[in-house]
Design a protein around this ligand. Structure first.
Ligand SMILES: [Fe+2]
Length: 392
């Protein structure tokens, strides 16, 4: 069978974020900022984290005098009005760095703030891909969930409340300069968020592998991420204080993040973004529901099936003697069972989506930038409708 990794395939792999991993690693944040010549940081985090956990206080304490402002107004899905308010606060305090603390919404809000703080105006003025004219404000990201991978990617997904649409920003200037991965900061994550964000990481890894822009370095990162999710996510869900499982899941999220940042994602994310915009379903949960159905949709594409066979092996699915297409279906079944095993819903009808939404979700999905990289042609609302109907 012809391989996607033909000898003449050229690609560019770029992973410029410095990764600092370890128990207590958040205490390294001020040193990392000093190394970058920065001394006036604004901490960007969400109100829930500030109100219900001691994480914000712990990171503030670690930052000491380096922290000159705290913006604790992040909301789920990173609304653009909140981003603009954060950029205003950054200007008022004359900051020279941003430290984000939280899940994907906090990190993406911080990326948006970095854009508006550097370029001026509203973040809405700078939409799109490779529009930024210079490096953005230094950003050090400290994830408290293990899933989005946003700490090592060039993308930010914001929510335009007026248009009720998710906006994807992508730019070389959006990579956080440093990602601090501290397993201790993720132990308080509730089981549902642990599971949902973990499935986001698994989706990034599998989508990176089936992508039309698949490449070998991203594949290696994705395969290790898939192994870690399979082995450690159920433990992280069952035993929240297990630091080994928490650490492996942080690494899985970061590796999957670097994989998809280079290889891109596909129809699963297009659907998840649309389901999220329509019904505010948690991003990872939306991916978890869509993923098996999208694998089945793509399974008759030879290159995708070959990737799924590799992914299935990493996911500990018995594929000996199975051809790639049958291995792909075995992977889809195993993923669906895994989603249920970690306690997540497996149907769109279970998360507030109604049958009347399906056509709109399909139409929104074909305009999503992610769908371009799907291995099989999917930019047709009727095709996507078939997938979302099967996921309903
Ligand atoms: Fe994602």
């Amino acid at each position: 069978m012809a391989s996607r990794h033909a000898a003449d395939q050229s690609f560019l792999h770029f992973a410029p974020t410095r990764v600092v991993f370890g128990l207590g690693a958040h205490k390294e944040a001020p040193l990392e900022l000093r190394t970058l010549g920065k001394s006036r940081a604004m901490l960007v985090t969400d109100a829930m984290l500030a109100a219900k956990t001691d994480l914000v206080e712990r990171v503030k304490k670690a930052l000491g005098a380096t922290c000159v402002a705290v913006f604790a107004e992040v909301q789920p899905d990173s609304p653009t009005s909140i981003v603009d308010r954060g950029a205003q606060l950054a200007r008022e305090h004359g900051i020279d760095a941003i430290v984000s603390l939280g899940g994907g919404s906090a990190i993406d809000t911080a990326k948006g703030i970095a854009i508006a703080h550097t370029e001026g105006g509203s973040v809405l003025d700078h939409q799109g891909f490779q529009n930024l004219t210079r490096p953005t404000t230094v950003h050090l990201a400290i994830p408290t969930t293990a899933g989005t991978g946003s700490e090592v990617t060039r993308a930010a997904v914001l929510f335009d409340e007026k248009a009720r649409q998710k906006l994807i920003y992508g730019d070389f200037h959006l990579f956080p300069r440093v990602a601090v991965l501290d397993p201790e900061l993720t132990v308080g994550m509730p089981a549902s968020i642990t599971a949902g964000t973990g499935l986001d990481a698994l989706t990034h890894a599998i989508e990176a592998m089936h992508s039309a822009q698949r490449e070998p370095i991203a594949d290696a990162l994705a395969l290790q991420a898939i192994r870690y999710v399979r082995r450690y996510l159920p433990t992280a869900v069952r035993a929240p204080n297990d630091l080994e499982a928490r650490g492996k899941m942080l690494l899985a999220a970061t590796m999957a993040g670097q994989a998809f940042d280079n290889a891109q994602v596909g129809v699963v994310h297009a659907i998840a973004h649309s389901v999220g915009a329509k019904r505010h379903v948690h991003h990872g949960t939306a991916n978890a529901i869509a993923l098996p159905h999208c694998i089945r949709f793509n399974a008759d594409d030879p290159a995708a099936a070959e990737a799924y066979r590799d992914a299935a092996e990493a996911f500990e699915v018995a594929v000996d003697g199975l051809g790639p297409e049958r291995a792909a279906h075995a992977l889809a079944d195993a993923v669906e069972a895994f989603v249920a095993e970690v306690g997540l819903p497996t149907r769109l009808r279970q998360v507030g989506v109604v049958e009347d939404d399906l056509r709109a979700i399909a139409e929104m999905s074909v305009t999503d930038a992610s769908i371009v990289y799907n291995p099989k042609f999917a930019m047709d609302a009727d095709l996507v409708l078939g997938i979302v109907q099967s996921a309903y």
